[in-house]
Design a protein around this ligand. Structure first.
Ligand code: ZN
Ligand code: ZN
Length: 386
């Protein structure tokens, strides 16, 4: 059994350390002593960091498609609470600045999130290329596996460009007459004769006015700040492919990095080693020590891994939701609105005095629904079917 711990004055070169250095993986190990309890504190801090990143990501996702964002409402509520202690003038200024910033961020077309999106991808791929790829190459991982994230990234960037630069289905005076015939009005969520006050045109069924783009969009799904574009009938397919390829990229990066770290643990026999605590007592290596050891040995890789795991979970959930919407022929806008009504997937036989029950009349079965995403129907096709 080898000994990993170093009570600071006596550096003991362990088998695992020699192996890590032999693989040129470990770099220079700093001598640290593991104090029982410190591992738990470290893990708690790490979990707090993970929860914080998850919370911020979830908040950004929540806010990205809403007219009156959750953040804006939170700012209003916070200012109401703070009004008890802060002078009125200062409150007004702070309120104006906060709302102005949020409005600029979420309700005007801006490249800020696109730049952030590209910067995050560049940082993650920079780290993968700089460290993980080289180490995995030394550990003789298959080349095709190591190249997979780059292939997925290329596909993802292609979908990103096509989706963000595409016309999502903007309703203009010239195409209005044909678009208004594409979908039937369900009489609950989409009423015939509803006019958009900004565009001064009758809204076709399933369309919505996007306040960020300032146009009505055919089969409106949502406005995506990460793409700086609306998602509508004409780019819904690219959006779905973009989302799936992004999820696959994050999953591949997480899987390869996890596999690399587990290889390091296996090769160095870390799990069957012991360490010396500050009192010089020997303990078998446990998970908190292992995580701390890996974090201190490969800080950037573990940091990147935490981020891509969170991304995989968030994007995986969102992809599952988007696939559910695609299979049931619903848009995000319709799904959100349908929460206000009762939802029925069957022909309703509700008595007329009961509350209005929304029924999705656009679903035609999984296969045809999916086909509709990739080949949006035209007025001519609907005419042929009826
Ligand atoms: Zn409009
Ligand atoms: Zn928009």
């Amino acid at each position: 059994m080898c000994c990993l711990g170093w009570s600071c004055s006596i550096p003991v070169v362990s088998e695992s350390q020699a192996l890590l250095q032999g693989l040129s993986l470990g770099g220079s190990h700093s001598c640290f002593s593991f104090v029982p309890g410190l591992g738990m504190d470290f893990l708690t801090l790490f979990l707090v960091y993970l929860c914080f990143v998850l919370l911020v990501t979830a908040l950004l996702c929540l806010c990205s498609g809403r007219k009156e964002s959750f953040l804006a409402r939170s700012v209003t509520r916070a200012s109401q609470v703070l009004s008890l202690v802060i002078p009125t003038q200062l409150q007004r200024v702070a309120h104006r600045v906060a709302h102005g910033a949020l409005h600029r961020l979420f309700h005007t077309r801006s490249c800020l999130f696109v730049v952030l999106h590209i910067a995050l991808q560049a940082a993650v791929f920079g780290e993968y290329t700089w460290e993980v790829f080289g180490y995995c190459w030394e550990l003789q991982f298959p080349l095709l596996l190591l190249l997979l994230p780059y292939l997925l990234l290329a596909g993802n960037m292609g979908c990103f460009l096509l989706c963000s630069r595409a016309n999502p289905g903007i309703i203009t005076k010239s195409n209005h007459a044909s678009l208004v015939k594409v979908y039937a009005y369900d009489g609950v969520m989409f009423q015939r004769g509803t006019v958009c006050p900004t565009c001064t045109m009758e809204k076709p069924a399933r369309s919505k006015h996007c306040s960020v783009c300032g146009t009505c969009v055919h089969r409106f799904d949502h406005h995506c700040v990460w793409l700086n574009n609306c998602v509508g009938a004409s780019n819904a397919a690219w959006f779905l492919l973009y989302l799936l390829s992004l999820t696959a990229t994050a999953t591949a990066l997480a899987a390869i990095t996890l596999s690399f770290l587990s290889h390091v643990v296996q090769l160095s026999n870390l799990l069957h080693s012991t360490y010396l605590d500050a009192q010089g007592q020997e303990h078998p290596v446990e998970i908190p020590f292992l995580v701390q050891h890996l974090f201190l040995t490969f800080p950037r890789i573990v940091f990147m891994l935490g981020f891509v795991i969170l991304l995989t979970l968030v994007l995986g959930g969102y992809s599952a939701f988007s696939l559910y919407l695609a299979f049931t022929n619903q848009t995000t806008n319709e799904w959100c609105k349908s929460r206000r009504f009762g939802v029925s997937h069957h022909v309703s036989s509700q008595p007329p005095d009961r509350q209005v029950v929304y029924k999705n009349i656009y679903s035609k079965g999984i296969w045809r629904n999916l086909k509709e995403i990739f080949r949006p129907p035209t007025a001519l096709e609907r005419k042929k079917k009826t």
